[in-house]
Design a protein around this ligand. Sequence first.
Ligand code: PHE
Length: 334
Amino acid sequence: DQYKKEIDQWVIGSAEDLENYRIRFLGTKGIVKALFGEMKNIPAGEKRSFGQVLNDFKQLAEAKYEDNKGLTDGKDKDTPGMDLTLPGDAFTLGTRHPLSLVRNRIVSIYQRLGFAVAEGPEIEDDWHNFTALNMPENHPARDMQDTFYIQRNPDWVLRTHTSSVQARVLETSPLPVRIICPGRVYRNETVSARANCFFHQVEGLYVDKHVSFADLKQTLYFFVKEMFGEHTRVRFRPSYFPFTEPSAEMDISCTVCGGTGCSLCKHTGWVEILGCGMVHPQLLENLGIDSTQYTGFAFGMGVERIAQLNYRVNDLRLYAQNDLRFLQQFTSST
Ligand code: PHE
C-alpha cells in the first residue's frame, strides 16, 4: 500500500523522469523485483494471496510506465504535458514556378496524344546539338544560334535547342518514336526584357511509316485549342531549319489583345510560338534510319513565350530573378 501511494505521487514530466521511475519500480534492482524476492520468506499458506497482491502491484507500476511512454516515443494517446487543443503551427506551402506550370500543361496535352517524355543532357556534344542535325562545322545555320562553348573541351556546348534530344532518341530507340522533350536551352544573347541567355523549349518528334505534314498540323491544332482555347486561330509561315524540310513557323492569334494589337504581338495580332517541319531525310540517314521507309515530323516551342501569352508577363527576366512578389502570384497546384 505504501508503494502504491508512491506510484500515485510520481509526476512524470520528461523522459528523464520516466527513466527514473522505471529504475525505481521496474528495474532489476527496483521495488517490484525486490518484493517478488520476498516471496521465499512468506509462509506457505499465505503465498497465494501475497502473490495476488504483488501481481496487482506489478501491473499498476507497469501501466503507469506505459501510459507515460508517449512522452518519449510520441505514440501515446494521452500525451501528458501537451495541450492538444492548441491550434497547430501554420506553415506556408510554396507556389509552383510559372514556367513549371506551363510546361506541365504542355506535357499533359501531348501525353494525351500518346507522346512519351524524353530527356537529354544540357551539356551536349557537337554531334547531337549540330552535326547529326545537318549542321556540319561550317554550316551558316550555326550562326543562327550564339553558342556557349565549354572551355575545357571544344566538343562540348550548352545545348542551344532541345532538338539535340531528337538525335539522341533516334540513335537509341526502336521505331516508331513519339516523344516530347521539355528542357532548358542556352544562347549567348544580350540579356534584356525580350531575351535571356537561357530559356525553355518543348521539343516534339514523331517518326513512323507514313507520317505526313497533315499529321503535324493536326497535332499542333489540337495543342493550340487545348492550350489557348477553342477560338484561337493558327497560321503557318514557311521557314528554314537545317534539320527539317519543308520547315515552317507557327503563329497563333494573340491571346492578350485578341488580335486587335498589343505590344506582345507588336500590333500584328499574331504571336510566333514554335518552329516545326518534316524531319529531314538526311537526319534520319545520319542516325541509321532508312529514309525511304520512314518519315517524321518535329517541332520546338518556347515555354517562356507561351507563359507570356497565358500570364501577360512583360519582362522575361522576371522568370529567373526569384522575386517572391512575382512568384507568389501563381497559385495553381498542377
Ligand atoms: N530547334 C528549333 C529552334 O531552336 C525549333 C525547331 C524544332 C524547328 C524542331 C523545327 C523542328 O528554334
